[in-house]
Design a protein around this ligand. Structure first.
Ligand code: SAH
Ligand code: SF4
Ligand code: F3S
Length: 468
C-alpha cells in the first residue's frame, strides 16, 4: 500500500509548547457579553469549538442557546461537502437579518470553509456584515479579534501551519467523555477530499503531552476518551528521532487505565498488525473500529488515491474480526464519484454484503474546488446518484438492523451519557461497540457504566433496561 511521503515538509515542523496568552487589557470589555456558537462538521470541529468556548468563557462571556439573545455569533464551519456550506450561508442569512435591528452584533466565521481562498474572497466582496474571519490554524486569535473593532472586516487566515500547539485549554461539552487530539491535518490527499487543504499537513502531538492530558482526564473522573486524528494510524510517522507509532501510543494510553479508550479515524492503508494486537490485548480499548472503505471498486479506489485495494481491505477486515471478538465495524461510503459505472456501484453493494457493517455513513460525491477529482469529467446524472444512494442506504440499514438484533436478550455494559432527548424518562448511552442504547431506569446512573438487558433493536438504536 503506497502513499506519498511528506517527510521533507514535516521536517520543518516546530513544536510550540505554550499556547498564546490572552491579552489582559481586553478582558473587561467582553465581560458578561453573550455568545452563540454553532458548530458544523466532524469531531475536529466539535473539539475546536470546545477550545473557542474556553477562550470566551475565560473572558467572562456567557454562552446562550438562541441567536437572538447574543452579542457575538460564531459559526465554526465545515467544507467537506457542498451542503455543509449551504447550511452555513442559510444560517448567516438569519444573523444578517438580526444585525439590521442590532447593529453592534458581531458575526464571526471560522473553521474549514475559511481555509478556501475563494470563500474568503466572496465574504470580502459580498458579505460585508461579517465582522471576523479566521481559519483552522489560528483559533487562538479569536478573543483579540472580537475586541479589535477598529477594522471594518477583520480577516486573518493562515494558509498552512507547521505548528503543533500543546497545553491547550478546553471547555469540554461532557464530563464523562473527552476528545484528545493526537494528530492534526492530513497527508493522504484522497482526490475528492478538501481536508488536507483546510487542515494542512499531518503533524503529531508529542507523546508525553498526549499521555499527560489523558492522565489528567482520568484524574478528573472522565470515563472515556477518544483519540482524534484524520488518520490516527499515521501517528508518529513525522517524528524525526523516535520510532513511536499509533500502536505504541494506544498501548501507553490504555495502561493509564481510563475505563474506555476509543479512536477515530483509522484509514485502512496503514492499519498494522501491532495495532490489532493492542486492540485485542487491552480490555479498555473498545472493540469498535470506524474503517472507511469509500468504494468497493478497485478502479474507483485508485482514482480516489485511497492506497488500498478491495482485496487488501477484505483481508484487513477479516483479520480484525478474527482477532478482536465481538468487534463492531462501521464505514464511510461515497456514491457517484466521477464516472462511477453501474459495475463500480454494484461492487460497492458487494463489499457491503461481504462486510455486513454495523453501520455506515453514506454520501453522494460532492465536487470540491481545488481537489484533483473536481477536474475529472463526470457524465453520471444527479438522478442516478440519488438512486444509488437510496439503494445503498436500504442495504446498509438492513445490516445495521441485523447487527443490532443480535443484542436482543443479552446483558451488555453501557456507559450512560445523559438524558434521552426523545424520551426524558430514559437515559442514553453506548455499548463498548458504540451502539446507542436508550435505557429505562438509568437516569440516576448517568456517568456510570451499568449492565443493561437489551429488549428491542431498531436500525439506529437499542432499547433496554438496567439490571440491578
Ligand atoms: N479522515 C477521515 C474522513 C474525513 S471526511 C477518513 O479518511 O476517514 C468524512 C467522510 O466524508 C469521508 O470518509 C468521506 O466518505 C466523506 N467525504 C469527504 N469528501 C467528500 C466529498 N467531496 N464528497 C462526498 N463525501 C465526501
Ligand atoms: Fe480526506 Fe482522505 Fe485525509 Fe480522510 S484520509 S481526511 S478522506 S484526504
Ligand atoms: Fe471536519 Fe468538515 Fe473540516 S469534516 S476537518 S470540519 S471540512
Amino acid at each position: 500500500m503506497n502513499k506519498p511521503n511528506f517527510k521533507d515538509e514535516m521536517n520543518r515542523r516546530k513544536c510550540k509548547i505554550e499556547y498564546k496568552e490572552l491579552n489582559e487589557e481586553i478582558k473587561p470589555a467582553l465581560h458578561n457579553k453573550k455568545f452563540f456558537l454553532r458548530t458544523y462538521g466532524c469531531q475536529m470541529n466539535v473539539h475546536d469549538s470546545e477550545q473557542i468556548r474556553y477562550y470566551l468563557e475565560a473572558l467572562g462571556m456567557q454562552e446562550v442557546d438562541t441567536l437572538e439573545d447574543s452579542d457575538v455569533v460564531i459559526l465554526n464551519t465545515c467544507a467537506v461537502r457542498e451542503n455543509a456550506k449551504e447550511k452555513v450561508f442559510g444560517f448567516l442569512g438569519r444573523a444578517k437579518h438580526l444585525k439590521k435591528n442590532k447593529p453592534d452584533l458581531i458575526i464571526c466565521i471560522c473553521g474549514c470553509l475559511m481555509q478556501e481562498p475563494n470563500e474568503v474572497d466572496e465574504i470580502e466582496k459580498n458579505h460585508k456584515y461579517i465582522d471576523i474571519v479566521l481559519g483552522t490554524h489560528n483559533i487562538n486569535e479569536i478573543p483579540n479579534m472580537i475586541l479589535d473593532r477598529t477594522l471594518k472586516q477583520n480577516i486573518e487566515v493562515l494558509s498552512n501551519s507547521d505548528v503543533v500547539y500543546e497545553n491547550v485549554s478546553y471547555k469540554r461539552d461532557s464530563n464523562i467523555t473527552a476528545w484528545v487530539n493526537i494528530t492534526y491535518g492530513c497527508n493522504n490527499f484522497c482526490t475528492y477530499c478538501i481536508v488536507p487543504y483546510t487542515r494542512g499537513r499531518e503533524r503529531s502531538r508529542k507523546k508525553d503531552c498526549v499521555l499527560k492530558e489523558v492522565q489528567a482526564l482520568k484524574d478528573a473522573g472522565y470515563k472515556e476518551i477518544t483519540l482524534l486524528g484524520q488518520n490516527v494510524n499515521s501517528y508518529g510517522r513525522d517524528f524525526e528521532d523516535e520510532k513511536y507509532y499509533f500502536a505504541n501510543l494506544l498501548e501507553d494510553v490504555a495502561k493509564i487505565g481510563i475505563d474506555r479508550v476509543r479512536f477515530v479515524t483509522s484509514n485502512p492503508w496503514n492499519f498494522t498488525d501491532e495495532l490489532i494486537d493492542v486492540i485485542a490485548k487491552y480490555d479498555n480499548v473498545m472493540p469498535y473500529i470506524h474503517l472507511p472503505i469509500q468504494s468497493g471498486s478497485n478502479s474507483i479506489l485508485k482514482k480516489m488515491n485511497r492506497g488500498y485495494t478491495v482485496e487488501e481491505y477484505k483481508e484487513l477486515f477479516d483479520k480484525i474480526k478474527e482477532r478482536v471478538p465481538g468487534v463492531s465495524i462501521t464505514t464511510d461510503i461515497i456514491v457517484g464519484f466521477p464516472n462511477e459505472t453501474d459495475e463500480d456501484f454494484e461492487a460497492t453493494m458487494n463489499i457491503v454484503d461481504y462486510c455486513k457493517y454495523d453501520g455506515a455513513y453514506t454520501f453522494i460525491y460532492s465536487k470540491r474546488v481545488g481537489t484533483p477529482a473536481a477536474k475529472m469529467d463526470d457524465s453520471i446524472s444527479q438522478e442516478v446518484k440519488e438512486q444509488r444512494l437510496y439503494k445503498l442506504n436500504e442495504l446498509v440499514n438492513k445490516y445495521s438492523l441485523e447487527s443490532n438484533k443480535r443484542y436482543v436478550g443479552k446483558e451488555v455494559p453501557v456507559l450512560l451519557m445523559g438524558v434521552s432527548e426523545k424520551d426524558p424518562t430514559k437515559a442514553y448511552g453506548y455499548t463498548d461497540t458504540m451502539k446507542l442504547v436508550n435505557v429505562e431506569n438509568g437516569i440516576n446512573e448517568i456517568g456510570n457504566i451499568v449492565n443493561v438487558r437489551i429488549e428491542e433493536a431498531k436500525s439506529f438504536s437499542l432499547d433496554g433496561k438496567m439490571v440491578k
